[in-house]
Unconditional design. Structure first.
Length: 311
C-alpha cells in the first residue's frame, strides 16, 4: 500500500456550446497537481497551496480538494486516517476551464489510489460534484465527469446520475484562449434565464442531439452546425470582450465550431488538426491584444484518459 502519491488532473471544456450542464470534454493542458501523503495524525489537512496567488482557503472544510476527500473517506468508513495534501495550481482560477474541478479530481484520484482503488473513477463523480457545489453553489458534473473519465462525456440525468462516455474523432484538437478578465462562475450562472421559449428549447435539443450524433459519426460538418447555443451564450457572451469578432476570426480560419468554455471568459475552437488550432490562438490573442487585454492560450487534443499518476 502506498504512503504517498502525486496526481495530475486535466482542465475541461464544459457545456460545449449547446450542452449546458450536460456536455464536457477533457484536455491535456492545462491542469492541476496534488501531492498526498499518509500521516500519523488523523484527519485531512492542507499544508500547502501554490499557484493561487493566495486566493484559495487552507481550511480543509472550505477547500474543494480536502472537502471532497473528507466525503470520500466518510463514505468508505475511513475517516480515522491521516492525510496531508499539497495542491499545486497549474492553471488559472476563474478561467472557465474547470479549475476547481481539476483540483478536486486530482485529490479524489489520489486518495482513491492510496485506498487501493476501492471505487472506480465513475463512482468518484458524486464526491467531485460535492466539491463543485462548494466552489460555485451548484454540484454540476460537466467538468468533473470528463476530468475523471477523459474524453467527451454526456450527463444524461442528474437524478439519478447517469453519465455516458461518448466516442469522438481521435484527430480532434482544441484551441483555447483565456482573456485575463474576471467572470466569476456564480455571477455568470445568475445571468441565465430561468424560463425559456418552447421554440428555443426545441432548437437547443436538436443541436445537442446533432452534436452527439456528429461525434459518433465523426461528421465534422454536423458537429460544426450543431455548435449553436440559443439559451445561454447570448447572455454570457456579453461578459467576454469581442466574443463575436473572435468567433468570426476562428471560423474563418477553419474552426469546426467556436464557443465559451464553461462560464467563461475562456473561449475555445474545435479544429481538425493542431496547425489550425495554433493559428486560431494567435489570431484571437492578437485581437485581445488590440483591446489591451492580456491572454493565455492552450492547444491540445482531447484528453482520452483523465487523471494520471506522476510518480
Amino acid at each position: 500500500m502506498r504512503d504517498s502519491v502525486k496526481v495530475f488532473a486535466p482542465a475541461t471544456v464544459a457545456n460545449v456550446v449547446c450542452g449546458f450542464d450536460v456536455l464536457g470534454f477533457a484536455v491535456n493542458a492545462p491542469g492541476d497537481q496534488v501531492l498526498m501523503r499518509r500521516t500519523d495524525r488523523p484527519g485531512v489537512f492542507l499544508s500547502k497551496i501554490t499557484g493561487d496567488q493566495g486566493r484559495l482557503p487552507l481550511d480543509p472544510a472550505k477547500n474543494t480538494v480536502s472537502a471532497s476527500v473528507q466525503h470520500y473517506l466518510q463514505h468508505i468508513g475511513r475517516a480515522d486516517i491521516g492525510l496531508d495534501i499539497e495542491l499545486h495550481k497549474k492553471m488559472p482560477i476563474g478561467s472557465g476551464l474547470g479549475s476547481s474541478s481539476a483540483s478536486t479530481v486530482a485529490g479524489l484520484f489520489a486518495v482513491n489510489t492510496l485506498m487501493d482503488n476501492l471505487l472506480s473513477n465513475k463512482e468518484l463523480i458524486p464526491f467531485a460534484m460535492k466539491g463543485e457545489e462548494l466552489a460555485c453553489g451548484y454540484g454540476h458534473a460537466d467538468n468533473v465527469a470528463p476530468a475523471l473519465l477523459g474524453g467527451f462525456v454526456l450527463i444524461r440525468s442528474y437524478e439519478p446520475l447517469d453519465v455516458i462516455s461518448l466516442p469522438f474523432p481521435e484527430e480532434l484538437h482544441v484551441a483555447i484562449v483565456y482573456p485575463e478578465v474576471d467572470v466569476p462562475t456564480k455571477d455568470a450562472r445568475q445571468m441565465i434565464r430561468s424560463k425559456i421559449l418552447l421554440k428555443d428549447a426545441v432548437t437547443q435539443w436538436g443541436n445537442v442531439a446533432g452534436l452527439v450524433s456528429g461525434l459518433f459519426l465523426k461528421d465534422y460538418e454536423l458537429i460544426g452546425r450543431s455548435m449553436t447555443d440559443v439559451l445561454v451564450e447570448p447572455t454570457r457572451s456579453i461578459l467576454i470582450p469581442d466574443f463575436y469578432k473572435m468567433r468570426s476570426l476562428a471560423l474563418e480560419a477553419g474552426a469546426i465550431g467556436f464557443g465559451i468554455s464553461g462560464s467563461g471568459p475562456s473561449v475555445f475552437a474545435l479544429c481538425r488538426e493542431p496547425e489550425t488550432a495554433h493559428a486560431i490562438t494567435r489570431l484571437l490573442q492578437q485581437q485581445l491584444k488590440n483591446l489591451n487585454i492580456n491572454s493565455l492560450s492552450f492547444v491540445s487534443p482531447v484528453n482520452p484518459s483523465g487523471p494520471v499518476l506522476l510518480d
